[in-house]
Design a protein around this ligand. Structure first.
Ligand code: NAD
Ligand code: UDP
Ligand code: UDP
Length: 335
């Protein structure tokens, strides 16, 4: 949708060079907005956004959000943070700084500009959950001193900061608790389960099941997730969240492996490796709040979302520009 001058916003996306951020930017540009992307390219790549450089409504800033940022924008999506356990544990102190110092800087920016700011929080705030499925009221079961804590506690502290800036400064905030999301442009080497299994299946290598593979996750296709983020940003001013965004289908990791084998036609064998420490046993969002407040629910089944994801890894193609007439897998505004 091309916007009029009045409805066109200038939007800051931190972490826009990453997996989710680059899809969000595609969507915002396609909706007619201007986008400023701030990213230090720690886990993101120029390749994810190279198709955008000729677009006069797109601007890239190589910037680490643990340092102050002075730009003029109408809205902020704060996505900057490594998301895969392998990557966020690589430099755990920097991970906490990114979540905490980064949130302070982006909230300070939003305060100066008096603009809306959305935080990409995570289902990891629930830790290894003692209730199932997880609702937003659940306070979580998080180890504060384990190898995952830099991410989980960093994101929890960022949520605290968002709500304190909201209460103390009247800032309009939106907090999304994102559950496992997958799709094209996932990083090949980030060790996340969907990309690992697809790459292993395509190369005929063994599929690595950690533990007995009975732990569960819920997998949301990236277009569904991006649609949820945009709806949350556009929701009524008094709605802050936190709100769960994810697919409420629940699969064991073994079921995922079998699905990937079927979709790729691979004959890779399944092998068992030790379960990482503090690996959550089960995870599934309760998405009643997102349905009621945002009119949002995921549309794309795992089988359907795996196809374009497998095609991406098969070709490992550079991200291409979405054709003007090419719909998102989610029909925007289609409840
Ligand atoms: P990603 O690693 O692909 O993207 C993160 C981006 O942030 C990268 O481009 C990276 O270079 C950038 N970044 C990291 N530290 C930075 C810093 N200090 N300053 C500036 N840029 C920095 O991960 P993703 O999957 O796209 O996740 C995006 C956001 O969504 C993250 O905040 C993540 O915690 C959250 N999230 C993702 C998932 C998921 O399943 N993908 C689930 C829950 C939450
Ligand atoms: N900040 C920023 N850009 C701005 C305004 C603020 O990066 O346009 C940063 C600044 O570095 C500050 C942080 O946001 O440390 C928090 O700002 P706030 O106004 O809340 O606190 P203070 O400046 O009083 O520490
Ligand atoms: N996993 C696996 N094999 C892999 C990668 C991950 O069995 O090659 C498991 C991992 O132990 C976890 C689940 O898949 O139980 C999801 O892992 P991921 O790192 O994608 O995300 P998490 O939800 O743990 O942050």
């Amino acid at each position: 949708m091309r916007r009029s001058y009045d409805s066109c916003k200038r939007v800051l996306v931190t972490g826009g060079g990453g997996f989710l951020g680059s899809h969000l930017i595609d969507r915002l540009l396609s909706d007619g907005h201007e986008v400023v992307c701030a990213d230090n390219l720690f886990t993101g790549t120029k390749r994810n956004i190279e198709h955008l450089h000729a677009n006069p409504r797109f601007e890239f800033l190589r910037h680490d959000i643990t340092f102050p940022l002075y730009v003029e924008v109408d809205e902020i999506y704060n996505l900057a943070c490594p998301a895969s356990p392998v990557q966020y544990q690589h430099d755990p102190v920097q991970t906490t700084k990114t979540s905490v110092h980064g949130a302070i800087n982006m909230l300070g920016l939003a305060k100066r500009l008096n603009c809306r700011i959305l935080q990409a929080s995570t289902s990891e705030v629930y830790g290894d959950p003692a209730i199932h499925p997880q609702t937003e009221q659940y306070w979580g079961n998080v180890n504060p001193i384990g190898p995952r804590s830099c991410y989980d506690e960093g994101k929890r502290c960022a949520e605290t900061l968002f709500f304190d800036y909201h209460r103390q400064c009247g800032l309009e905030i939106k907090v999304a608790r994102i559950f496992n999301t997958y799709g094209p442009r996932m990083h090949r080497a980030d060790g996340r389960v969907v990309s690992n299994f697809i790459i292993q299946a395509l190369s005929g290598e063994p599929i690595t099941l950690y533990g007995d593979g009975s732990q569960t996750r819920s997998f949301c296709y990236v277009d569904d997730l991006v649609d949820g983020l945009v709806r949350l940003m556009e929701s009524r001013a008094s709605f802050t969240g936190p709100v769960n965004l994810g697919n409420d289908g629940e699969f064991t990791i073994r079921e995922l492996a079998e699905l990937v084998l079927a979709e790729t036609g691979s004959s890779s064998e399944l092998v068992h490796l030790p379960l990482p420490r503090d690996d959550p046993r089960q995870r599934r969002p309760n998405i009643s709040l997102a349905k009621a407040e945002l009119g949002w629910q995921p549309r794309i089944r795992l089988q359907d979302g795996l196809k374009p994801t497998i095609a991406f890894f098969r070709g490992d193609q550079a991200p291409r520009r979405r054709r003007q007439d090419e719909p998102y897998l989610v029909a925007v505004g289609d409840n």
